[in-house]
Design a protein around this ligand. Structure first.
Ligand code: BG6
Ligand code: MG
Length: 208
């Protein structure tokens, strides 16, 4: 048996832009301008690790109370964007690709750093496609550590070498490669240089 493991943000749905907007606002509070280039280093990275990086770039240190308050506020802001989403926000080709995989009896898992993964999949109406969901609530080590994908493969009962990971982040591609899985990049080949193959999206994969 073989399996597909999907990242969520930036792969299934374009929430990566909402994470960017919410972190940009937090950075601005410290006079720091988050660029798209630096934002690549936040993709796939946990909430806590993302905030640690931003504060480091801004050159500030805060108390642990302030840290928690910033992380909570960023998440509330992010969720205010997510609230307005519906199934029309699923990225092109994703649903057809999931349906095709189901018909071919390929195991389907989610491997995401997000603690909001389940409610987002529910909101998009596609949670039932997933045999296994591993998210930010289930892991102790964030991408680029392979833990999230290794747990997904174990839960599916599929060997790592038989798993194909779909990822939009450098950290996620690295995690998949470290796990011995095939890594398909969703995005640009200039950014996702370690991926086995890179596509602009699932429409492009379906039309290849
Ligand atoms: C990843 C995103 O999927 O999830 C990151 O690429 C985000 O940008 C991380 O920080 C954690 O998400 P959340 O929803 O738990 O803050
Ligand atoms: Mg992602």
């Amino acid at each position: 048996m073989k399996a597909y493991i999907f990242d969520l943000d930036g792969v299934i749905v374009d929430t990566a832009k909402f994470h960017f907007l919410a972190w940009k606002k937090i950075g601005e509070e410290f006079g720091f301008e988050l660029t798209h280039e630096l934002n690549e280093q936040l993709k796939g990275v946990s909430r806590v690790d993302s905030l640690t990086k931003i504060l480091g770039w801004a050159g500030v240190s805060v108390s642990s109370e302030k840290f928690d308050e910033l992380a909570t506020r960023k998440n509330a802001d992010y969720l205010s964007y997510v609230e307005k989403m519906n199934e029309n926000d699923i990225l092109p080709g994703v649903k057809t690709f999931l349906e095709k995989a189901k018909k071919e009896n390929i195991g389907i898992a989610l491997g995401s750093a997000s603690k909001n993964a389940r409610p987002i999949l529910q909101k998009l109406g596609i949670i039932s496609y997933f045999d296994v969901i591993v998210d930010g609530n289930d892991v102790t080590k964030a991408k680029p550590d392979p833990e999230v994908f290794v747990i997904a493969a174990q839960k599916l009962g599929v060997d790592n070498e038989k798993c194909v990971v779909f990822e939009d982040s450098e950290a996620g591609i690295q995690a998949a490669k470290t796990a011995g899985m095939k890594a398909i990049g969703i995005g640009s080949p200039e950014v996702l240089t370690q991926a086995d193959e890179v596509f602009s999206g699932f429409d492009a994969i379906l039309n290849q």
